[in-house]
Design a protein around this ligand. Structure first.
Ligand SMILES: Nc1ncnc2c1ncn2[C@@H]1O[C@H](COP(=O)(O)OP(=O)(O)OP(=O)(O)O)[C@@H](O)[C@H]1O
Ligand SMILES: [Mg+2]
Length: 408
């Protein structure tokens, strides 16, 4: 049995149920303010699923690389290894406001300290992955296929350039360190670094991100941590669509992203956020990101019953440099072909409530941001030989992306 906590208070119990499913019950006296997801209000009846975990509890389970490594490290002890086991391992340190412990345990995050500067300046010798795995794997309640860890920066308590600093009592992770597998996705960190740069140049909200000197890691500030050391709620679009993680490529940008957002936003800023969401979809097309699936968009909130805002941007990559026949992750206009500018404009007009002039302006803004970032890519490629080939291919992809999807 697993105890589920929201905002550091006990909310309910989760247990295996049936042959392969699970059941979740709220504890008596739990108020709606403690509900685990906008999609699962407090009620007397339990929330049951026949397979695996309800989407909100599955949301932050590591996929791919980290999951396999955790399986091989822990399966020996338990004999078998399922999602329930994985949640027990990474449950105490998670993205968002939910935590998981044993039934009788109290909540202690206590993530070990790590110098982020040391990672960035590659002062740590030896195998960075192995070092981070041993120290942080069980604190990395974070989804995604690429190898990554959640770490607690030892400098997080110092005054930052934004004047923000965390309370001394804060014991959670402050940063996400993303690594990559050299054989499959060479230079992925630099690739993402420049795509996020383009997103920031468009005026989208992107958390601070830094590239290690040798390009081996990308370090991103968590956007769900508040300065007082408490957490904002986060739910990705798999959860909002009641889909499991393995259904993250199922759905359309029109319904499963744009329309779904309006159904949950519950906010006076919904019009503004929809424009940003449309801008992000358009930018992904211009950058030829074929991995903008349901888990790569999300909402954040301070109060689960209050306003939900579009989450800051994350995980934007020019995937077509690795998969030349790459296409959209979700459908647009009933197909996963890259859209034309005309089709994108129709998305803006019909789903984001933009005027024709506004949609043109948004596509142009993305195209300009990509052009400006291209200069940064060229400069970086000159100074970093291992990136030169991927950099050259990225610029080619951007050129055709902008030509076909952002301009007529
Ligand atoms: N800055 C951030 N703050 C908090 N949570 C984040 C942040 N960036 C990403 N996340 C969360 O971590 C998850 C994994 O991150 P990300 O999408 O970057 O990894 P990935 O391995 O590249 O994913 P994919 O499997 O889509 O390739 C996201 O789906 C989101 O839930
Ligand atoms: Mg992702």
């Amino acid at each position: 049995m697993i105890k589920v906590w929201t905002d550091a208070a006990e909310a309910g119990l989760l247990d295996r149920y049936g042959e392969r499913g699970s059941a979740f019950s709220y504890l008596p006296a739990t108020t709606q303010a403690r509900m685990v997801s906008m999609t699962m209000p407090v009620r007397l009846a339990s929330w049951n699923v026949p397979f695996g975990l309800p989407p909100i509890f599955e949301m932050n389970l590591p996929e791919g690389f980290l999951r396999e490594r955790l399986r091989s490290a822990f399966a020996k002890a338990t004999g078998s290894f399922d999602e329930f086991d994985l949640l027990s391992i990474v449950g105490r340190s998670q993205v968002g406001r939910i935590r998981y412990t044993g039934e009788k345990e109290q909540l202690h995050e206590d993530v070990p300290f790590q110098s982020v500067d040391e990672i960035l300046a590659r002062k740590r010798s030896g195998d960075l992955f192995r070092y981070l795995f041993e120290k942080f794997a069980s604190f990395s309640g974070i989804s995604g296929v690429q190898p990554k860890f959640m770490v607690r920066d030892e400098k997080a308590f110092a005054e930052s350039e934004h004047g923000q600093h965390l309370r001394q009592s804060f014991r959670g992770a402050t940063h996400i360190v993303k690594l990559w597998e050299p054989d499959e996705y060479p230079q992925l960190a630099a690739n993402e670094y420049f795509c996020l740069t383009a997103a920031r140049k468009c005026g989208l909200d992107v958390p601070p991100f830094r590239l290690a000197d040798n390009g081996m890691a990308l370090v991103i500030d968590r956007f769900d941590v508040r300065a007082d050391g408490t957490y904002r709620g986060f739910e990705d679009f798999c959860v909002l669509n009641a889909r499991r993680t393995d259904e993250k490529y199922r759905g359309s940008y029109e319904t499963s992203v744009m329309k779904r957002f309006t159904q949950f936003a519950n906010s006076t800023h919904v019009g503004h956020d929809l424009e940003k969401l449309f801008l992000l979809v358009a930018l992904n097309c211009g950058l030829r990101n074929g991995d903008a699936h349901l888990k790569n968009f999300g909402v954040v909130y301070d109060d689960v019953q209050g306003e939900a805002r579009l989450a800051p941007v994350y995980d934007v990559v020019t995937t077509s440099v690795y998969l030349p026949i790459d296409r959209l992750a979700l459908t647009l206009n009933g197909t996963t072909e890259w859209p034309t500018a005309k089709q994108l404009r129709r998305l803006g007009e019909t789903r984001a409530g933009c005027t024709p002039a506004k949609t043109r302006q948004i596509l142009e803004r993305s195209a300009e941001a990509i052009a400006e970032t291209a200069t940064d890519v060229l400069r970086y490629a000159k100074e970093h030989a291992p990136f030169a080939e991927i950099g050259r291919r990225m610029l080619q992809e951007w050129e055709s992306g902008v030509r076909a999807s952002l301009r007529d």
